[in-house]
Design a protein. Structure first.
Length: 99
């Protein structure tokens, strides 16, 4: 994946989260291109959530499915064809040197 497309993908993900999930306190930790076993490109998106409020920072399972579907639409709208794969990590689990 070209660097320009990767930067556009990250910007699209960050903008989308700010607009749609501002109250969930989700933050993009990384957006990395990967290739699956069939040679298809996908984006590994790691999101950090605030777990200080009894886990209320991470969306429930249905909201996560919707988030992935909406992210896919947003990325396609930005001419990024790679499929998004989203993972979540609690803020308390992020090492201090990553922040």
């Amino acid at each position: 994946m070209k660097q320009q497309i990767l930067e556009r993908a990250r910007g699209t993900v960050e903008t989308f989260l700010r607009k749609r999930y501002a109250d969930a306190a989700l933050e993009v930790l990384s957006v990395n291109p990967e290739v699956d076993g069939d040679g298809d490109e996908f984006l590994w998106i790691c999101l950090k959530y605030d777990d200080a409020n009894d886990g209320k920072g991470v969306p429930d399972s249905l909201a996560r499915i919707r988030l992935k579907d909406r992210l896919r639409s947003e990325l396609q709208g930005a001419d990024v064809e790679a499929f998004p794969v989203v993972s979540f990590i609690a803020e308390s689990e992020v090492e201090s040197d990553v922040r």
